[in-house]
Ligand binder design. Structure first.
Ligand code: ZN
Length: 108
């Protein structure tokens, strides 16, 4: 499945679009980013030129920022978001029966 097949993602009642950016983009400090969430635009941006294996993690990371923001955490500690990104993705990927039990697996 490609990133472009995912479509918009609903977070706390807000529909975030997903866009793959061909042009590099940076944060306010000028650091080039692999992904970014634009709360004002309800947009999750992922750099299209990066290795395809990295994109799910980057999307998941930006999604976590959106989830926290929608839950009222306007300022987020990057180390906590990174820990949740790696930790949650790893647990979900390694435990298909847990994913099933949590109702995250699509039937059929
Ligand atoms: Zn982040």
């Amino acid at each position: 499945m490609e990133l472009s097949d995912v479509g918009p993602v609903r977070v706390g009642g807000i529909e975030y679009s997903i866009s793959e950016e061909t042009e590099p983009f940076s944060n306010d400090e000028g650091t080039e980013l692999m992904g970014e969430v634009r709360y004002d635009m309800a947009q999750l941006r992922v750099r299209s030129s990066m290795n395809a294996q990295l994109k799910p993690g980057v999307l998941f990371h930006e999604l976590l920022h959106a989830i926290l923001y929608q839950a009222g955490h306007m300022k987020q500690k990057e180390s906590v978001v990174l820990a949740l990104e790696y930790g949650l993705l790893d647990v979900l990927r390694q435990n298909p029966r847990l994913v099933d039990y949590l109702g995250l697996k699509k039937e059929g």
